[in-house]
Design a protein around this ligand. Structure first.
Ligand code: AMP
Length: 421
């Protein structure tokens, strides 16, 4: 193990890439404000049981992807693999269910899954997610789809597709599951081992299998939409009516199921074809049973999560999303000795006035200091020579225009600020 390599599936975020992250985060916070979501920051780790109960123990995540360890107090702890169960836990812990409903929360932060890393799939990745708790209004399902669409559009992303389905409630699903199993059973021996393993415990997950042979078997399988009970069908019809009224483009995908057990009724996924195998840039759905599962009273809820790295990859492939690198206002060039002392004071004063100011820390020649100023693309270079100092002046060079002028040291900040406006 090389000490100079980060663990597999993790990444450092810095430089131009970090600027893109910051730009994206700013857009996210702005959109969340317009939709009335408050930020919540939950712990990076939770009790393992929260995820086992919340996500469901037949899910890939709980079966094989959690970073779980026993802490020194003998508790089983898991690094959060997703954000919904922690938000539901916090909702109950802080009695938000007793306050005005619905509660609208968003989060932004790292998640951890022990997956096989590949392009767009990491072991530490980041999600922006939102959760609305305390209402079963189909309009909220729609708003939960609208917000990420607005995010993608604001970022300039074009080629994304919203896929939509309803997976009904436990009652509709029970009938569907039986019929699906009957349909699959005669072909089970032709399916992959993962499908065979899941067949009894969670047959709907077989619809998710990407293997060609399994997909062929399932091509003519019954679809859940034909099994929805009256209430679920009515709910889905309203979701679709709102989507149509708001001119939201989507594709109905009756085979869309999600990897978590907690979803009920509406589920959706946003894909971006340019990303290859890991093409989901966001996904979500309604989870009317999760709050109860975690220990609360029946509280309908709906949410969505966007994969930040994948969204940035998609934006990168379209080439239009580049944050401008912040540009320093000033680089103070000095000639050593007393002039360095004066430069230190000047830089301090410039920074106090809110200007980004730099100087040399490597005893470089004046020529090299100019080069450094150019490299960081400083707007101004302030030259503090012995002569200028004696006259109480500083030479100000505008790096874009190539012009130079002598300015009184006592007026330099005011002068630069007036030129900035
Ligand atoms: P999920 O929580 O599995 O519904 O995922 C929501 C979104 O998070 C996905 O659509 C992806 O964009 C992103 N995502 C999930 N798993 C990973 C991963 N291992 N690496 C990077 N992004 C991921």
């Amino acid at each position: 193990m090389a000490l100079t390599t980060s663990p597999r599936g993790t990444a450092d975020i810095f430089g131009d890439n970090l600027n893109n992250w910051l730009k994206l985060e700013q857009i996210i916070r702005k959109i969340c404000r317009t939709y009335g979501y408050q930020e919540i920051r939950t712990p990076i780790f939770e009790h393992t049981e929260l995820f086992e109960r919340g996500i469901g123990d037949t899910s890939d995540i709980v079966e094989k992807e959690m970073y779980t360890f026993t802490d020194r107090g003998d508790r089983s702890i898991t690094l959060r693999p997703e954000g919904t169960a922690p938000v539901v836990r916090a909702f109950l812990e802080h009695r938000m269910d007793q306050g005005p409903l619905p509660v609208k929360l968003f989060y932004l932060g790292p998640m951890f899954r022990y997956e096989r890393p590949q392009a767009g799939r990491y072991r530490q990745f980041h999600q922006f997610g939102l959760e609305v708790l305390g209402s079963d209004d189909p309009l909220l399902d729609v708003e939960t789809i609208l917000l990420p669409i607005e995010l993608y559009k604001t970022c300039g992303l074009e080629g994304f597709v919203v896929e939509l389905n309803s997976i009904g409630c436990p009652e509709c699903r029970a009938r569907y599951r039986d019929d699906l199993k009957e349909f699959i059973r005669p072909h089970l021996q032709d399916m992959c081992s993962s499908c065979q393993n899941r067949f009894e415990r969670n047959p709907m997950r077989l619809l998710d299998c990407k293997r060609e042979g399994c997909r062929k078997v399932l091509a003519d399988a019954p679809v859940i939409l034909d099994y929805l009970c009256d209430d679920c069908a009515d709910h889905f019809a309203k979701v679709r009516a709102y989507l149509d009224a708001l001119s939201v483009n989507y594709v109905l995908n009756p085979k869309l199921v999600r990897g978590f057990d907690y979803y009920t009724r509406t589920v959706f996924e946003v894909t971006y074809a340019g990303l290859g195998a890991q093409n989901a840039i966001g996904a979500g759905g309604r989870y009317d049973g999760l709050v109860e599962e975690v220990g609360g009273t029946h509280t309908p809820a709906v949410g969505f999560a966007v994969g930040v790295e994948r969204l940035l990859l998609a934006l990168e492939s379209e080439g239009g999303f580049k944050a401008a690198a912040p540009r320093p206002d000033a680089f103070v060039v000095q000639f050593g000795g007393q002039t360095k002392m004066k430069a230190a004071q000047l830089v301090y004063e410039l920074r106090q006035a809110g200007l980004q100011a730099e100087l040399d820390y490597l005893d470089r020649s004046v020529r090299a200091q100019f080069k450094a100023a150019n490299r960081i693309n400083a707007k101004w270079v302030l030259i503090l020579g012995e002569e200028e100092l004696e006259a109480g002046k500083v030479k100000l060079r505008n790096m874009d225009e190539g012009t130079e002028e002598l300015v009184d040291l006592s007026e330099i900040i005011q002068y630069m600020q007036s030129r900035e406006e």
